[in-house]
Design a protein around this ligand. Structure first.
Ligand code: HAM
Length: 430
């Protein structure tokens, strides 16, 4: 039956098996992240609008154009979270998580919301799995974070199929580092103002780096725009990250000068994983170091590094690499029932026996299906076949009297009489 009310553009229903693949990726990610020492943080979907303005950045596309912001009945200005990092930092400060040790390692799984133009791999509600390390200034934290992300991709069957791009965005402490770059870039862009799109023209004064990331102007400017010349400390930091990744056999491109990322808070290391076979939206995950963010949000100076991966895009890439999705399947529930219970007999007693058998098989830890007791035996057998049941337990009038059924092995067709309380054991022994 078709309903007149449809889902909202850019917001999707997740039906099986996509919903099951999503849960499988989440489970594989949780297991991988636990090995790297990350613990789960569950964040609220709604935050104060101001949080994102202050952290994601006032001049980013996300804050300027893509937020689902609204006023609640009490006149508070709120927003659906467009990303998880600001909420994670807010929670870190609000709950004084720095007291738990020198490095706080958290991951989150959940929906994010951005009012972007929907297309394949780009939705208005999408899911991220993100991981943040707060408190560790050493390149070892960047390396661990990136390798944890790679471990998630490997677990999803994407080993060797993703490309890691790495760049250095420098810092604001050394005037010759990012401030110098910003000034040179500003000059360069000002001289070309007439060629820039409207938003870039507006941003030249406030945030010239954003022009390099602009979908319209970025690719054109990338060829001859000035490059960041990192200060010695930033060069050493990202150089160490790059060498350590190589030593771990993690192939990557460094420096990738075109990688500037669309968020304002990054310092030093920035990175993205891309994949082939997923179309235009090929960025599966992105992240970087953000040493200034916690401080700028009113907290004590706390170096940090993290990333988020897009669940939908990662699943698209995993299926492009292996249409069977074997890696994901390992973490998915079994699709085919072990035992299908079909009723031949009629009446209350037969119904009760059928329902009892279904429950007994499930309690024994096997997957049972059936219960279509209003249908003819023929229709029930057809359904048992369609869903690929391993065994069918047929409860006929005669057998029921002696507490037994006919257990049919659907692989070879052999049938035997089995006591009802032994059906699960017989199916398990197969
Ligand atoms: P981001 O690059 O904006 O970074 O998003 C991370 C990933 O989310 C992207 O690589 C992409 O796979 C997915 N994604 C983004 N927008 C959409 C969309 N509209 N539809 C489908 N997937 C999408 C962040 O969000 C940062 N918070 C990452 C981070 C964590 N940096 C430090 N810590």
């Amino acid at each position: 039956m078709s309903s007149k009310i449809q889902s909202v553009r850019g917001f999707r229903d997740l039906l099986p098996p996509e919903s099951e693949r999503t849960a499988a990726l989440e489970a594989l990610a949780r297991a991988a992240l636990a090995r790297y020492g990350f613990r789960e943080l569950r964040l609220p979907t709604v935050e104060n609008h101001e949080l994102f303005v202050k952290s994601t950045g006032e001049t980013t596309d996300i804050v300027e154009k893509e937020m689902f912001a609204f006023e609640d009945a009490g006149g508070r200005r709120l927003a659906l979270r467009p990303e998880g990092t600001p909420g994670a930092v807010r929670a870190f400060l609000q709950h004084s998580l720095s007291q738990g040790g020198p490095a706080c390692k958290l991951y989150y799984v959940g929906s994010m919301f951005r009012a972007e133009r929907p297309q394949a791999g780009r939705y208005r509600e999408f899911e991220q799995i993100g991981a943040e390390t707060l408190g560790n200034p050493h390149p070892a934290a960047d390396v661990e974070s990136i390798l944890a992300l790679k471990a998630v991709f490997d677990a999803a069957g994407l080993e060797g199929r993703v490309k890691l791009r790495l760049n250095n965005l420098g810092c604001d402490e050394d005037p010759s580092c990012r401030p110098g770059f910003r000034a040179r870039l500003k000059e360069y862009l000002s001289a070309r103002e007439a060629e820039l799109c409207e938003s870039c023209r507006r941003r030249v004064g406030r945030n010239p780096l954003r022009a390099l990331d602009c979908k319209a102007d970025g690719p054109r400017l990338a060829a001859d725009a000035p490059r960041l010349e990192p200060c010695a400390a930033c060069a050493a930091h990202v150089g160490t990250v790059s060498r350590a990744l190589s030593a771990e056999g993690c192939a990557h491109v460094y420096p990738d000068a075109n990688l500037v990322r669309g968020l304002d808070y990054y310092t030093r290391t920035v990175f993205e994983f891309t994949a082939a076979g997923v179309g235009a939206q090929d960025a599966l995950a992105g992240g970087g170091r953000y040493d200034g963010l916690v401080g700028s949000m009113g907290g004590p100076a706390t170096p940090a590094v993290g990333w988020a991966l897009g669940v939908e895009r990662t699943l698209m890439a995993a299926l492009a690499a292996d249409p069977e999705g074997a890696a994901l399947r390992r973490a998915m529930p079994a699709e085919k029932p072990d035992v299908f219970v079909a009723l031949q007999g009629r009446g209350d007693e037969a119904d009760a026996a059928g329902m009892r058998l279904l429950e007994a098989v499930r309690r024994a830890g096997l997957r049972a299906a059936g219960g279509l007791f209003a249908s003819s035996l023929k229709a029930q057998m057809r359904e048992a076949n369609r869903c690929g049941a391993r065994f069918v337990a047929i409860l006929g009038e005669e057998e029921l009297k002696s507490g037994a059924c006919t257990l049919k092995d659907m692989t070879g067709g052999a049938e035997r009489r089995v006591a009802l309380d032994e059906v699960a054991a017989a199916a398990r022994a197969a």
